[in-house]
Design a protein around this ligand. Sequence first.
Ligand SMILES: [Zn+2]
Length: 337
Amino acid sequence: MHPKGHKIMVKKVFVATCLVLCFFSAQAGGYAIRIIKSGESIGLLANLYDISIGSIMRLNNLESELMYPGDKLKIPLLDATGGVSELAPSPPPGFVTHTIQAGEALSTVAKHYDISLEAIVGANPDISSLDMLPVGLELLIPPAAGLVTTIAGGTDLISLIQENHLNIRRVLDTNNIHSPNDIRTGMMVFLPEVEPTDALERLAKVREEENRYVWPVQGRITSYFGRRNLGMGTSSFHSAIDVAAPTGTPVQASRSGTVVYSGWSTRGYGNLIKVQHPGGSETWYAHNSKILVSVGDYVNQGDVIGRVGSTGLSTGPHLHFEIHEAGKAIDPLVYLR
Ligand SMILES: [Zn+2]
């Protein structure tokens, strides 16, 4: 093999090993276990982790620097100032990550791991919503209830522990931290049993804002969501509720959001308005006699956006009202009670 090609390969191997090391460091604490590769020496590793050759030799009870490929070596991490400590913050011991899939809610994730919703919020206090999480979001799944806090510059761990009335030894052990001074900016520390009060309060407000739909018009429901019999053995799916109301009755935005469609629909909806809400859900208002908003307008809940009519495929004045979540129509009566 060309010597240059060989060098590149060694580098790649190191990157993979390093990721394994981070995992080990969280599990074993104090040192990482490294298997010596061909061409590696204690001097090279000491240089890589920015620690002294002596500290490696002491930890491994070595009398000679001679190493062979396949030898196991403990790398002391407490002295390290470069290498491992410069990598992205890793979650505290016992945590796993979960990536949000399409259609997955926080409550289903909690059920799957048999932990409480509060525990998930405590491990991920910065999430934007309890109900509408973006697909692909990585959540930390904690081993128990508590609060994960990210160390900011100037944080004093002892004060943080005392403010939360916790046992210092227990917090250090839980996090595999040897000394309260052994923390660094960006590091995640798990505070067992601390309730994520601030995060829960903030998320409750978000939920209220996100999930509240109100009736767009008052009136009698003339057709419900679901399959409807057309007679003669045929049926169709009605993806809305129809609410009968006199022509000209104000149609109000069911929830705050941005108008994403405003105009004639060729699909039988007549004059159609679509409003998109935080998190991506939409409300559709069809058969209007008049449209009072344009695409791009932000409307508050309760704003009059149109007037009831019978345009498009309609047999009389009514509002055909749809709610779409994740691109799919759902029964509006789930929210309108
Ligand atoms: Zn309808």
